[in-house]
Design a protein around this ligand. Structure first.
Ligand SMILES: Nc1ncnc2c1ncn2[C@@H]1O[C@H](COP(=O)(O)OP(=O)(O)OP(=O)(O)O)[C@@H](O)[C@H]1O
Ligand SMILES: [Mg+2]
Length: 278
């Protein structure tokens, strides 16, 4: 029997801290490392879906049945397979990255949250399908107490928390840890926090340096990714254009290289955390 790939949710209780940037950067870095990635977009904003240029049918009827929301209504085991689409970048990225695309209608999944074991629906939908991948990434919405987050966390082994060097983002990250501890028994007994990645970092700001120290207190030294993702204006343009960073300008190439380092660190860290938890 082959080992299952790690199932990694990218989460923070704050919007705009770089969750989707990290999910995107890791998916691309994993593909560049030769790994096959299942990228699940659990945010109704559908930013990861757009940024990876998920190859969704333009036909609205097909589109309705090909959405993650449709699968999650009452999923059969492995049903997510029928909606998976390749990344639209071409080359290795299209070969290696499959996306479970999101759409605004994902918000409506919340309506059926009262059904028995409803928070296990994503786990059921990906069961078996994950065997074909080396990494499962789940981009979460920026909310903590919400059914979509429950679905994502129930289907995950570990969380990675991207965090900006600002007070509210650090507080939000702290709340993620508190919820993992408080709800572990009911939601997902094996869920662990693998670590935290500093995003949008400006080394010349004393405040950002101080906040990074506070982050370390939340996840411990071992859980703190040593690579800090700098704030680059050019990164915003790359986000708009939805292209792999390695194909853009020099600053974006540098960022792509940092994401590869973050990916390497994350894999090692996730292995350690999962072994310790086993
Ligand atoms: N390192 C960076 N440098 C510059 N801009 C960045 C960086 N990381 C993220 N951004 C920008 O910040 C914005 C928010 O990033 P992103 O969408 O990844 O955050 P998020 O946490 O997923 O947001 P949401 O909570 O809305 O899902 C985007 O416009 C993105 O381009
Ligand atoms: Mg996002």
């Amino acid at each position: 029997m082959t080992a299952l790939p790690p199932h990694v949710a990218i989460a923070n209780h704050k919007g705009g801290v770089g969750k989707t940037a990290l999910a995107h950067g890791l998916a691309v870095a994993a593909a560049e490392a030769g790994h096959r990635v299942l990228a699940i977009d659990m945010d109704p904003q559908a930013s990861l879906t757009r940024r990876l240029r998920a190859q969704i049918s333009p036909n609205p009827d097909e589109h309705l049945h090909a959405s993650l929301a449709h699968v999650l209504e009452r999923p059969a085991v492995g049903e997510i397979e029928r909606i998976l689409v390749p990344c639209g970048y071409g080359g290795i990225y299209s070969d290696r990255i499959r996306i479970a695309p999101s759409h605004l209608d994902l918000e409506l999944v919340v309506r059926s949250a009262a059904q028995a074991a409803s928070e296990r629906r994503l786990l059921r939908a990906i069961s078996g399908v994950v065997d074909d991948f080396d990494l499962v990434l789940i981009d979460c919405p920026p909310r903590l107490l919400c059914h979509l987050t429950d679905l994502a966390w129930t289907a995950s082994d570990v969380l990675l928390i991207p965090c900006e060097g600002e007070y509210e983002a650090v507080q939000a990250a702290r709340r993620v840890k508190e919820r993992v501890i408080a709800d572990r028994d009911t939601l997902n007994p094996k869920l662990e926090i693998a670590g935290m990645v500093v995003s949008r970092y400006r080394a010349n700001l004393t405040l950002h340096r101080q906040r990074a120290v506070e982050m370390e207190k939340i996840v411990g030294k071992e859980g703190m990714c040593p690579i800090r993702l700098p704030e680059y204006v050019s990164f915003k343009k790359a986000t708009e254009n939805a292209r792999p960073l390695a194909e853009l300008g020099s600053e974006e190439k540098q960022m792509a290289s940092l994401f590869r380092d973050v990916y390497k660190w994350s894999r090692d860290r996730i292995d350690t955390v999962m072994k310790e938890a086993a």
